[in-house]
Design a protein around this ligand. Sequence first.
Ligand code: S3P
Length: 431
Amino acid sequence: MKSLVIPPSKTLQGRLIPPGDKSISHRAVMFGALAEGNSSFSHFLEAEDCLHTMQAFQAMGVLMDYEKGKGKITIHGVGLQGLKRPSAEINLGNSGTSMRLLLGILAGQKLEVVLSGDPSLSKRPMKRVTQPLKKMGAQIKGSADANFSPLTIRGGNLRAIEYDNVLASAQVKSAILLAGLQAEGTTRVIEKLPSRDHTERFLYACGAEFKKEGNVLHIEKTERLKAVSGEIPGDMSAAAFFIVGAAMAPGSSLEVENVCLNPTRTGFLNVLKRMGAFLEIHMTQELPEPMGTIRVEGRRLNGTRVAPEEIPSLIDELPILMIAMALAEGESLVSGAQELRVKESDRIQSMVQNLKAVGANAEELADGCLIRGVSHFQGSRIQTHWDHRTAMSFSIASLMTQGDMIIDDVTCVATSFPSFFEEFERLKKNR
Ligand code: S3P
């Protein structure tokens, strides 16, 4: 644990190139490992979560060329049948994406592998993935009916299923698609609400037997995946801390470049616009992932309502949006966000508890929160519960705080955005 005292500042000024997208970086390593030939990516996210995915595949015999600090990675793919049994259990640290997607891949592999994680990951529900994978034929053991890691998985001989993705979870959808890639028959995933579609984009690009018809995804057993290469766009979920910070702090002026503008990830921009934020968005690339530039200017925002159908497109941005709501004029309501309770921490509870500590009017609801805006926060000690997004949200809140913000632990930020405090120091100004 390393605490940090953040003195108040007033605005954000300048340009930001956000680090590589976390969701896409995980998938780049996974698809690169399963493809035939070499896949090379630039702007790969060198954060702990993605390094855990890399190490997992290295432990299963996949060679990678990676120079620390350069964001460049080449994965020497071993094909869909080439993974080897690791010599020890694979520890995935804090990374839920690594664990859930890896379970989908391993469900099709005739290997026995033990997956574990840190205390936070060990408390996160895995049954949402292990139950459908068991139905497909994988053998998975772990406590509470394979709901919690460590999990022991032995895959192979999978059969297709039809799965209704009621949680609107991209991790669950991806795990089933990755298993479906290795299963006899056509696996179908039905999505009532769209969730991030990076796995689908990789499946298309790698030539998998995959198609999307309306809200139904179809995948068939695929013999080989072709290697793909490219630049990983900037992470919208990382950029969001600075975008929301600049939008809510009057006098700020920020330009964010090369950020992923995939519509399954940009829901919080619509919410900010409804709150009256000044945003200019320019798309510079459409495929394989939309990417572009966002210009933000700061002003006092108004309260808004976030509806359940918007949640999947802004799930990781809710903590920082809750900060903006707590400083906006009027009332805000978030509903249908019960999934926040099973993230790296219970984010409804921890955000509301910390918001109250800084003098905001916030109330917990079973599936969200009710917030009435104040004009500024008071400095307080923030309990992050080892959650990177809580730590970054309250660091940004210091822009609108009288007194020091004390973050109890900032080491957790390294899971997704190791250069966050460096960028914050560079961009924040006292005017
Ligand atoms: C992710 C999906 C989301 C998100 C997580 C990354 C992914 O989780 O919260 O940070 O890369 O697929 P859920 O699918 O559980 O909603």
